[in-house]
Design a protein around this ligand. Structure first.
Ligand SMILES: [Zn+2]
Length: 458
């Protein structure tokens, strides 16, 4: 496999860094905002927030006066393996979108195409202030995808996408259950704990996974301690087919009765999660990842995340794949999340700062990472984004709540610096570790070959 993406080695992780002069949106339990603050980073962690009295010799100083400092954005549901498919699946509901476009394209991936596809997606994510992803993976090419994610510098939960049954599946996409489970365990053994990657078990959704695959995924999760990440309750039409296949049960009923709800389960979408489900998921390790742009684009509906949260379900946020978004800007999802709950509940129920929490503090909780990331607090990993206020869309009265400014007015255009574990991956709006020219050149070649292999007529 080609490998020319990284331009330099990682800097010494023991180095110290001081960001000074910025306004810090801590996203801690009290949503504290600290103006003219200093954030000291040592050995990849936040060592202090506020005023720093003594500095170690050799500490690098970064002037962020006139900027906002926010936690790195967390996307709980993405498909970096679909980055090449931007614009290739327009005008379809979920099931035809999968069968006519996404599955033939995914079946055509190999390790080489998936590697560059992952790096293109990672480059877009990092430049837009995303520092953590939970990626549901692909089938063929999964090893290349994981290698791209591992090398990207992103913090990631990722695994292979598992499928063993279903109508209209192209050859190569489905494996029998034992083979799929053995394959994912082998990949997990290789990648779990490498760089910033944690492994997860990713059955695609009920319609593409047999009972044997689901029970095997549950057992593997028990044995290895890996979470399960899947899609559920995205479209009504999908749930109707689930009911036909599973003796009248919907997704949550099926998961409950088959012990899947007893694992650490994260579902993407949950658009149709509703009252009868809340009692089943109560007390479980269960979260929903809200993907508002993808839900709008595929005509799925509007998830009632205010009610999900009132029922105690942690809610994260994600762009899903660019094949149904078609971008990778988490700021857009934050804004959409806030606007759509306003449509459902009125303008005073779901604030800008709550919307921002879905991609920071609560998003971290939804992925079981809240002990590590999601807020600017002492002891957490130094995953930080510095937003410039130079562009006119960020000019506002001093009394404006900066959370509202980020939620409603910010975009990737305002991202100036991005740090993961204190390592600067974006500086002045440019990638420092990934070589964008290499990725662009290789991605273009790999994308063309993949589309040809897929055999779909565009
Ligand atoms: Zn998805």
């Amino acid at each position: 496999m080609s490998n020319a993406s990284r331009s330099t080695e990682r800097p010494n992780s023991t180095s110290s860094l001081l960001l000074y002069g910025g306004t810090v949106l801590t996203m801690d339990g009290g949503f504290r905002v600290i103006r003219d603050a200093e954030v000291l980073i040592q050995r990849g962690r936040i060592a202090s927030v506020g005023k720093t009295l003594t500095l170690m010799p050799g500490t690098r100083l970064v002037d962020v006066t006139g900027h906002l400092v926010i936690p790195g954005l967390i996307q709980g549901h993405v498909h970096l393996g679909q980055t090449f498919f931007r614009g290739l699946g327009e005008g379809r509901l979920l099931l035809p979108w999968l069968k006519e476009r996404i599955w033939p394209l995914e079946a055509a991936h190999d390790d080489e195409s998936a590697y560059w596809c992952a790096l293109q997606g990672a480059a877009e994510a990092l430049l837009a202030g995303t520092t953590t992803i939970q990626d549901i993976g692909i089938g063929p090419g999964a090893r290349g995808l994981l290698r791209g994610i591992e090398e990207s510098g992103l913090r990631a939960i990722a695994g292979k996408c598992l499928m063993d049954v279903g109508e209209d599946l192209p050859e190569g996409l489905a494996q029998d259950a034992d083979q799929a489970l053995a394959g994912t365990e082998a990949l997990g053994s290789d990648f779990d704990g490498k760089a910033r990657l944690q492994y997860s078990i990713n059955p695609r959704f009920i319609l593409s996974c047999s009972d044997a695959l689901w029970s095997g995924a549950r057992d593997l999760s028990d044995q290895r301690g890996w979470p399960i990440h899947t899609h559920a309750l995205e479209q009504k039409e999908e749930t109707e087919v689930v009911r036909q296949l599973k003796n009248g049960r919907d997704e949550i009923e099926y998961f409950d009765e088959n012990g899947i709800l007893d694992t650490d389960l994260r579902i993407a979408h949950g658009v149709w999660l509703d009252d009868p489900h809340y009692s089943r998921v109560s007390g479980k390790s269960f979260s929903v990842v809200h993907c508002p742009a993808a839900n709008l684009k595929l005509g799925s509906g509007i998830a009632d995340i205010v009610r999900h949260r009132r029922a105690g379900v942690p809610v994260g946020l994600g762009c899903d794949g660019v094949a149904c978004n078609n971008g990778f800007d988490a700021f857009e999802e934050i804004r959409l999340a806030a606007l759509l709950q306003t449509v459902k509940h009125g303008p005073d129920v779901f604030s800008g700062r709550e919307a921002l929490s879905l991609a920071t503090s609560e998003g971290a909780r939804a992925l079981g990472l809240d002990h590590q990331v999601g807020s600017v607090e002492v002891g957490k990993r130094a995953d930080l984004v510095v937003l410039s206020l130079d562009r006119p869309e960020m000019w506002a009265a001093k009394t404006v709540d900066p959370h509202d400014l980020v939620c409603y007015s910010a975009s990737r255009a305002n991202v100036r610096h991005v740090f993961v574990d204190g390592e600067q991956l974006v500086e002045d709006g440019r990638l420092t570790q990934l070589n964008m020219e290499d990725i662009r050149r290789e991605a273009e070649i790999a994308r063309g070959q993949l589309v040809r292999r897929s055999g779909i007529e565009l």
